[in-house]
Design a protein around this ligand. Structure first.
Ligand SMILES: *Cc1c(COP(=O)(O)O)cnc(C)c1O
Length: 777
């Protein structure tokens, strides 16, 4: 055994290199054998068996009397041992049968996966120097558990034309009824093509010499699956001197006795311990029957002395078939091991346990394939089929995604296969919904229709009572120990008076921002629908669209911030939502009521009219139309006109079916009782008409000031409580005004708004200050 102490990277690489197999004329030998077997079948197998195994076989299949004879030849002790091993192997491999579950990846799209047995499996067990009946168990038992319907074994006969009785007994134990007396590359060829006696296999398993290995690779090229590429067996033992040297020596020799080409690596952190192990190896070799083979293998093997913290790196780069890790570094090293076929942990865990009887499989990846291959397991005998089923709902939810992707890949045929179904499903749905579902329901997201609204305690009981013990509140008496409801009914009734709309048409939100968000959520299906809005307009619309996964369609206004109804309709066509801010923020412009209603009538989706500033020009409001148009939702707020921005109260005004739908997705109690009480009091005392007149007078005063100012290029017509005007070097003026303590809004970066400022109408004193500062500039 070579010993390397703190080797360089190069030394390490050389020591860990697997020997390259000579394969010069292997290829032609194998292809020759395959050609013979393909054409002459059983006849060729018999001839090749005579040539390579020096025995003449008449019947390739092992007969029943031969099985019976083998049964008598195997000792009672060995039978018992094989039985115990078989039980453990079966137990462990059965644990790999894990059930998989159906997954609904999108609503209406169900996917699942199922393991199905590979039908015909051919198992190969070498003859040669040791009868590997344990391999029969390792391959036969998982094949049986998987349910492969054709399972058979090929193994070479001895000079008497017989198979080792332990192999036949193990085959019976593993549920294999058919064994063929054929070995070597010709056996693999027989399994690849099928002959008169031997069925063709879908997958070939089992170890073998270089001919068998080359034949399996050849078979793979013919389209037959194989378990894994096989090479000489290997072990890496990592141990420190807390472990008896005799354990380490025995583990190394257990591997070395497999064959002269076996690979053995020993990792330790102390040269003294390595010396002890080497002495112990000599002691054990003296009494080992296969000492000759083992000694040969040991010659080519290496002991490496390095700090334990570097072990995992060496292990991972070597990727051993077997890794034995013992001693005080067990946990440290194990945590970092990522490449190994099978791992044996702790001083008691000889590799031999796994080789025979603990239950794990001993057919493992060699030659560094442990980096990417797993050992044989139940999985090796099954293939997994994926299934999916798309319902009508599934089409609606996923079709657009697929169409978009297929079209982006320029595979129109793929897109069409979905389009035809989508169109068919929608036509059917339209028919059905037109007679069974109200128009409003068709605007609500498909996957929301069956959402049961969460009902809080105070939603369920609207009346009065003396003792409320229904909403999990704390009886502790403070001003706020109760959830706000049913207070909202009182607030709605105040709003109903102020706005002149019935209570049942009002939905309350935490600011109209929340109302808008809930409207987007309720109506637009993420990644399917789009929302159109005028540009420039309120900056939250595209944000709300984004956060709800809705595509945005900005409809640009002209340089005077005008646009025709037909232009709006043509650009918004196909969108689920059309949001119009009226009067518009930041321009102040208005679309008159008749035109708004024309849009509502013609548009196929939902029209949301954001009337945040409508209180300054009430004649243009469409609130009184909400019961006439199922696709109309008006949004208003107490933030702007009523001076309650700090309370955050917004409302949707729409037909009562919309109100119910919005209530079903809103968070419970979205307005606090403090807010509601304050607003109720404010609404009771406010004299809006007087305030409005004051603000409009001030607005007109500001407009005439701006129009008379020589610097101002343009003052845009406004119906709101703000004025947008264009002035050269707007940003500079904006900054100068800030220095003078007057803050206006610079809108210059918005679409078509270069060099514009927006000033909101304030109190007379505030407006005076603005005028004064503008004059100074
Ligand atoms: C201010 C504003 C809102 C937000 O109003 P809140 O009720 O305070 O959330 C919505 N839309 C427009 C056009 C606004 O200007």
């Amino acid at each position: 055994m070579k010993v390397l102490i703190n080797p360089s990277q190069l030394e390490l690489t050389l020591a860990l290199n697997r020997p390259k197999l000579e394969s010069t004329n292997l290829e032609s030998i194998i292809s020759d054998i395959f050609t013979q077997v393909e054409s002459d079948k059983d006849k060729a197998l018999k001839a090749l068996t005579l040539q390579f195994d020096q025995v003449s076989i008449t019947d390739l299949a092992v007969s029943k009397p031969e099985f019976d004879e083998a049964n008598q030849l195997v000792s009672f002790e060995l039978k018992e041992a094989i039985q115990v091993a078989a039980q453990n192997i079966e137990r462990f491999h059965r644990s790999q049968e894990n059930k998989e579950y159906e997954v609904e990846t999108s609503p209406g799209v169900v996917c699942w996966r199922k393991s199905l047995p590979i039908q015909r499996v051919g198992l190969y067990v070498p003859g040669g120097t040791a009868p590997l009946f344990s391999t029969v168990l390792m391959l036969g038992i998982p094949a049986k558990i998987a349910g492969s319907s054709i399972r058979y074994l090929c193994t070479p006969p001895n000079r008497e034309g017989k198979i080792h009785p332990a192999i036949l007994f193990a085959a019976k134990m593993a549920g294999i009824e058919t064994v063929y007396k054929v070995g070597g590359a010709q056996a693999i060829a027989a399994m690849s093509f099928g002959t008169e006696s031997i069925p063709k296999a879908d997958k070939i398993f089992g170890p073998g010499n270089q001919y068998v290995t080359a034949a399996k690779q050849y078979a793979q090229r013919l389209g037959i699956a194989i378990d894994m590429p096989a090479g000489p067996s290997e072990v890496l033992v990592a141990a420190d001197n807390s472990i008896p040297a005799s354990f380490v020596a025995a583990d190394l020799l257990a591997q070395a006795e497999h064959g002269t080409d076996s690979q053995v690596i020993f990792l330790s952190d102390q040269i003294l311990f390595v010396d002890e192990v080497l002495t112990e190896i000599e002691k054990q070799l003296a009494i080992l029957p296969r000492a000759g083979i083992a000694r040969e293998a040991m010659k080519a093997s290496t002991a490496i002395v390095v700090e334990a913290e570097n072990w995992s790196e060496i292990i991972n780069s070597y990727a051993p078939e077997h890794l034995i890790i013992m001693g005080k570094y067990e946990e440290l090293v194990l945590k970092k091991v990522i490449n190994a076929g099978s791992v044996f942990i702790g001083k008691n865990t000889a590799e031999s346990f796994g080789d025979y009887a603990s239950g794990t499989n001993h057919t493992l990846p060699t030659s560094g394939f442990a980096r990417s291959y797993s050992g044989v397991s139940l999985d090796s005998f099954v293939k997994k089929i994926t299934y999916q089923k798309v319902s009508d709902e599934g089409i609606r939810n996923l079709a657009q995604t697929v169409i978009t992707m297929a079209e982006a890949e320029e595979l129109q045929g793929h897109a069409n296969a979905v389009k035809v179904r989508l169109e068919y499903a929608s036509s059917i749905r339209e028919q059905q919904t037109s007679d069974s579902v109200s128009k409003i329901q068709t605007f609500i997201r498909n996957d929301f229709r069956d959402v049961k609204s969460y009902s809080s305690a105070r939603d369920e009981f609207e009346g009065l009572g003396e003792v409320f013990l229904d909403a999990n509140e704390n009886g502790l008496v403070t001003a706020y120990n109760r959830y706000p409801d049913p207070l909202q009914f009182e607030l709605k009734s105040e709003i109903s008076i102020a706005k002149n709309v019935p209570s049942e048409n009002i939905f309350l939100g935490n600011g109209s921002d929340e109302v808008l968000d809930l409207i987007f959520r309720l109506t637009a299906t993420p990644f399917l629908d789009s929302a159109a809005y005028l540009n420039p307009s309120y900056g939250m619309y595209p944000v709300l669209a984004k956060v709800n996964g809705v595509r945005t369609i900005p409809i640009n206004l002209d340089s005077k911030f005008n646009i025709s109804v037909s232009e709006i309709l043509s650009q918004a066509n196909g969108s689920k939502l059309l949001v119009i801010c009226n009067p518009n923020n930041p321009t102040g412009g208005i679309i008159c009521k008749t035109k708004i209603l024309e849009i509502v009538k013609e548009f196929n989706g939902v029209v949301v009219i954001d009337e945040a500033y409508i209180d300054f020009c009430t004649s243009n409001s469409v609130v009184d139309e909400v019961n006439n148009y199922p696709n109309l939702i008006v949004v208003q707020t107490l933030s702007k006109a009523y001076g309650m921005a700090g309370l955050r109260i917004g409302m949707a005004i729409a037909s009562s079916e919309w109100i119910t739908a919005l209530n079903s997705i809103k968070p419970p109690y979205n307005l606090s009782s403090l807010v509601q009480k304050t607003a109720i009091n404010e609404l009771k005392s406010i004299n809006w008409k007087a305030i409005k007149t004051g603000i409009i007078n001030e607005r007109e005063r500001l407009i005439s000031f701006l129009k008379s100012n020589k610097k101002v290029i343009e003052v845009f017509p406004t119906e709101a409580n703000f004025i947008l005007f264009r002035i050269p070097n707007a940003t500079e003026i904006y900054n100068k005004l800030i220095k003078k303590g007057v803050i206006v809004r610079n809108r210059s970066t918005q679409y078509n708004c270069a060099d514009t400022l927006r000033v909101s109408v304030g109190t007379k004193i505030e407006n005076d200050k603005f005028i004064q500062m503008m004059q100074k500039l």
